[in-house]
Design a protein around this ligand. Structure first.
Ligand SMILES: NC(=O)c1ccc[n+]([C@@H]2O[C@H](COP(=O)([O-])OP(=O)(O)OC[C@H]3O[C@@H](n4cnc5c(N)ncnc54)[C@H](OP(=O)(O)O)[C@@H]3O)[C@@H](O)[C@H]2O)c1
Length: 251
């Protein structure tokens, strides 16, 4: 359902979520929707999952629209950015993220690194910076950057590009949080640990071994991230900014 978020002053708050139609992103979308927010859901390739998500969203008292863009494409990013300029956005959850390829760091090409940084770092930098300026004018905004525990440890030898790109995303939190503090735009990072999503099927690893490294000895679920993303990304949060919160079973 398309609606005019810019010009209707009576509207409910609106959140823009990237990578919103799978895994953690869809759990975040459903959480905001359940709390009565309107949702702008970005997606890239996960069309077939819309059926279930749309059905769930339709059952909630919310308005929503889907926007497609491949963040590794400059032209698609520019088009999306121009579209977002026309919408009123109160909160952003930068959730889209990928490894692109799983290769030993000695074999990564510049293209592998660039594509990964485009999705995980440059797209959030570009899109959020513009939305941030409009939030500043309205003196309200919440931004949540979904990083990774990989940014704490460094990725494995096969995910150097991923870990480094998430570290760059965390830098975005720091920069925006400082300027946002004077105008009620609060910016935070969440570092998920191992969460049970399709991510691990796209980039397989020995999960049994990985889970044994987690003090709580289990994976998290998308709802674990969604609850905190909602808290940090909504009016509930009035005093947390420039913070990094790990949701990682004790890692
Ligand atoms: N699961 C974990 O254990 C874990 C741990 C730490 C951090 N994270 C982070 O959590 C976030 C969500 O991951 P997830 O676990 O929910 O996995 P997921 O289901 O694979 O979600 C990844 C999301 O990123 C989007 N995306 C991937 N490539 C893209 C591209 N080229 N352009 C635009 N969007 C793109 C995908 O969109 P489409 O599906 O539409 O292509 C998808 O919605 C990611 O940033 C990930 O790095 C996950």
């Amino acid at each position: 359902m398309v609606w005019d978020t810019m010009n209707d002053p009576g509207l409910k708050r609106t959140v823009f979520i990237t990578g919103a139609t799978s895994g953690i992103g869809s759990a975040v979308a459903l959480k905001f929707a359940a709390e009565g927010w309107n949702i702008i859901l970005h997606f890239n390739s996960s069309g077939p999952q819309f059926g279930e998500l749309k059905r769930k969203l339709s059952g909630l008292n919310t308005q929503f629209q889907f926007l497609k863009a491949d963040f590794s494409s400059r032209s698609q990013l520019r088009t999306l950015s121009a579209k977002l300029d026309t919408l009123r956005i109160d909160s952003v959850v930068n959730n889209a993220g990928t490894c692109m390829v799983s290769k030993h760091f000695s074999e990564l090409t510049l293209k592998d690194m660039n594509d990964t940084f485009m999705v995980n770092s440059f797209a959030p930098m570009l899109l959020t910076s513009r939305i941030f300026m409009l939030m500043k004018e309205r003196r309200f905004g919440r931004i949540v950057n979904i990083s990774s525990i990989a940014a704490k440890y460094g990725g494995s030898s096969f995910s150097m590009h991923y870990g480094c790109s998430k570290r760059a995303l965390e830098g975005l939190t720091r920069t925006l949080a400082r300027e946002g503090a004077e105008c009620n735009v609060l910016v935070n990072t969440i570092r998920p640990g191992v969460i049970d999503t399709a991510f691990h099927r796209k980039f397989p690893k020995d999960l049994t071994k990985r889970i044994a490294m987690i003090p709580l000895r289990k994976m998290g679920v998308p709802g674990d991230i969604a609850d905190i993303a909602y808290y940090l990304g909504s009016d509930k949060n009035s005093f947390i900014t420039n913070e990094t919160i790990a949701i990682s079973g004790g890692e």
